[in-house]
Write a protein that binds this ligand. Structure first.
Ligand SMILES: [Zn+2]
Length: 178
């Protein structure tokens, strides 16, 4: 395994992988995908490992309070999935969606402050094995970032969420005094 660092819009992102099992073009796809993210979100991306975990395939992620966390793990088989064969890696964006949900408390805040938005996200079917409200946020996040067609209700729920309320994509505001 090797760990490589990438500078993405001024943020250092680390990806750990075995060069015998993961190709350069696959790593490049992950980096191109991460370039879609707002800088504020990039700052919360933990170490991304591409390997054998999760053992059942797909992706996994953990926040800092979970064992071994924070991390994003991608099974190397994800590159074969139809939804990851285009320019961008959907599985990575879904896992980033979990990290952002935890970081900004998005789903729990939405449940309290935006019931309609919360219901709009839940109404959209999640096809993965793991179920729960967070999966619906992660799917909506990935759809939104990748520019997939989505209902106005889902799109608005996400834009109004704590994850995006103060984030202007591509132009995060920064004020330096002195
Ligand atoms: Zn998930």
């Amino acid at each position: 395994m090797q760990t490589r660092e990438f500078q993405i819009r001024g943020v250092t992102i680390r990806i750990r992988f075995d060069a015998n099992q993961v190709s350069e073009s696959q790593i490049r796809q992950l980096v191109i995908t991460l370039r879609l993210l707002p800088v504020n979100h990039l700052r919360h991306i933990p170490l991304i490992t591409v390997g054998n975990r999760p053992p059942a395939g797909g992706g996994g992620s953990a926040h800092p309070g979970m064992p071994g966390g924070p991390y994003i793990r991608l099974n190397r088989n994800i590159f074969q999935s139809p939804w990851n064969r285009g320019t961008y890696n959907y599985t990575l964006l879904h896992e980033v969606g979990h990290v952002i949900d935890w970081t900004y408390n998005s789903m729990s805040r939405m449940r309290r402050d935006d019931r309609a938005g919360y219901q709009a996200l839940l109404a959209h079917t999640h096809r993965g094995r793991t179920q729960g409200p967070g999966e619906h946020f992660a799917d909506a996040y990935a759809d939104f970032i990748i520019g997939k067609r989505m209902s106005a209700a889902r799109r608005n729920a996400l834009r109004q969420s704590t994850a995006f309320k103060n984030v202007v994509a591509g132009a995060d505001m920064m004020c330096t005094v002195g």
